[in-house]
Design a binder for this molecule. Structure first.
Ligand SMILES: NC(=O)c1ccc[n+]([C@@H]2O[C@H](COP(=O)([O-])OP(=O)(O)OC[C@H]3O[C@@H](n4cnc5c(N)ncnc54)[C@H](O)[C@@H]3O)[C@@H](O)[C@H]2O)c1
Ligand SMILES: O=c1ccn([C@@H]2O[C@H](COP(=O)(O)OP(=O)(O)O[C@H]3O[C@H](CO)[C@@H](O)[C@H](O)[C@H]3O)[C@@H](O)[C@H]2O)c(=O)[nH]1
Length: 441
């Protein structure tokens, strides 16, 4: 079996690497020549735990190749994955231009039957548009080659992508032909050995499943953040409330963590795209409007606590930040709450000293201010009036508190991820604030 994966970002590279790791011959294609040149030299474009090793091993064995040319590699491909970006368009809809450009290329060069699978997150109806774009390109070239389209949305989480791909809870596949169904069943066999399952459905339902899943998870997070803010006001503790409600199997204990709002390459844009689909079909998704509003507000909740603490005047203060990426174990800065927090701090006249173990290289592309990027977490604390914990990297969990206190001008901590223990820190002489805990605020 031979596979092509078009788009070599977080999803495409993980998909290509993991498929090659079970023995399949994979070529990853990207329009970005620098990315491909680097990959051919063993340099990865992203940070994802465990990915580098898999890429190197399989590239060495000749099972995983990288190229900029669909034309050169499409000849004997059985399955072609489209895994390019679907960024937010001006009106909030998913921009399909990259997906359709790939479809055009496929139609231009396809020589024998293949299944064209959309892995990118795309609105309902996109597979129809992919099919049309392929057909149009074939007509332009004066050829007719049989092909099928399918939808196989990806559910991996950044920072845990390899495990999510290798041991998926489920694989969702939308098909409209038996031949496509068989090809994809065969492809995913190696991943089903541990009892995981493929859920086959029609294509529109598969496309909708992806958005519904992300919108549901985003809703849980906004719900918990809203409850957390209420907990602060009534003297309850969101951490205890989470344990209490999470023990009900109908609710479950995952994705219930209050914090500084959801960010990343997916939830913010997918919630907007689903709302846009609703509007286009005369059915406004009112719940998601509020989910988004609560999230936007939550991203600045820590800043407002800090501002309140200093009586509304932050000018001239030095603030340390630990963590810039939108979540731990990734260098991804897309829609990271840190971008808004830094912006608000700088506009309030604050000197920002930030540290992130991995995203520190990527951060300046997203943070348009001249802030200090510290070499390590302790350097960021020098002379700081307060510390804001924005991303719960493991290495921030048990710092040397005595050293932290010595370095800071004032022992004041605002924890945006609730990773520290209020009593312990207060015992050590810190003034501690977190999210959703009455009495601590
Ligand atoms: N990042 C995630 O965790 C995640 C998880 C599940 C689904 N998704 C979805 O998967 C899709 C890809 O997301 P991503 O985060 O991997 O994107 P990304 O921005 O990291 O990568 C996209 C890649 O596609 C390449 N590309 C664009 N046009 C191309 C073309 N015409 N030919 C070849 N390559 C082209 C770009 O150069 C880039 O390398 C999106 O629809 C996203 O919503 C993302
Ligand atoms: O209880 C929680 C869980 C997550 N988050 C935040 O939510 C965001 C997203 O986190 P996560 O879902 O772990 O990472 P992503 O890589 O964005 O993964 C989501 O988006 C992907 C792209 O569509 C999907 O494939 C995944 O299934 C889906 O979890 C981050 O800002 C987290 O800090 C919380 O605030 N509280």
């Amino acid at each position: 079996m031979k596979i092509i994966v078009v788009g070599t970002g977080y999803v495409g590279l993980v998909t290509g690497a993991c498929l090659s790791d079970v023995g399949i011959d994979v070529t990853c294609i990207d329009i970005d020549r620098k990315k491909i040149d680097n990959l051919n030299e063993g340099i990865l474009p992203i940070y994802e735990p465990g990915l580098e090793e898999i890429v190197h091993q399989n590239a060495q064995k000749g099972r995983l190749k990288f190229s900029t040319s669909i034309a050169e590699h499409i000849t004997d491909a059985d399955i072609i994955f489209i895994a390019v970006g679907t960024p937010e368009g001006e009106d909030g809809s998913a921009d399909l231009q990259y997906v359709l450009a790939v479809a055009d290329q496929i139609g231009t060069h396809l020589e024998q039957y293949a299944v064209v699978v959309t892995k990118s997150t795309v609105p309902v109806g996109s597979s129809v548009r992919v099919k049309e774009a392929i057909g149009k390109a074939m007509a332009r070239e004066g050829r007719q080659v049989p092909f099928d389209v399918a939808s196989n949305p990806e559910f991996l989480k950044e920072g845990a992508a390899i495990n999510d791909f290798m041991s998926p809870d489920r694989i969702v596949i939308g098909v409209e032909s038996e031949q496509a169904r068989k090809a994809l069943e065969q492809l995913y066999k190696p991943f089903l050995l541990n009892g995981f399952r493929i859920i086959f459905m029609d294509i529109p339902s598969a496309e909708m499943t992806k958005y519904a899943a992300n919108a549901m998870l985003a809703t849980r997070i906004s719900f918990m953040n809203d409850i957390a803010n209420l907990c602060e006001r009534v003297g309850a503790d969101i951490n205890q409330v989470r344990t209490g409600i999470g023990s009900d199997p109908r609710i479950g204990n995952k994705f219930l963590y209050a914090g500084i709002g959801y960010g990343g390459a997916c939830f913010p844009k997918d919630v907007k795209a689903l709302m846009n689909t609703g509007e286009q079909h005369g059915h406004a998704l009112r719940i998601l409007e509020v989910v988004e509003e609560v999230n936007n507000r939550q991203k600045l909740v820590l800043f407002h606590k800090l501002e309140k603490h200093f009586g509304g005047d932050l000018a001239g203060k030095t603030i340390a930040i630990w963590g810039l990426s939108f979540k731990p174990q990734t260098d991804d800065m897309r829609e990271a709450p840190s971008i808004l927090v830094v912006d608000a701090l700088v506009k309030a006249g604050v000197k920002v000293q930030a540290y992130d173990p991995i995203a520190i290289k990527e951060a300046p592309r997203y943070i348009p201010h001249d802030i200090t990027y510290a070499e390590d977490e302790y350097k960021a604390l020098e002379g700081a009036d307060a510390l804001l914990l924005l991303t719960e990297w493991r290495e921030f969990r048990l710092p040397d508190w005595e050293r932290v206190k010595e370095l800071m001008k004032t022992p004041l901590i605002f924890d945006g991820r609730n990773i520290y223990n209020a009593k312990e820190l207060e015992g050590l002489g810190f003034n501690y604030f977190c999210i959703g805990v009455g009495g601590v605020v």
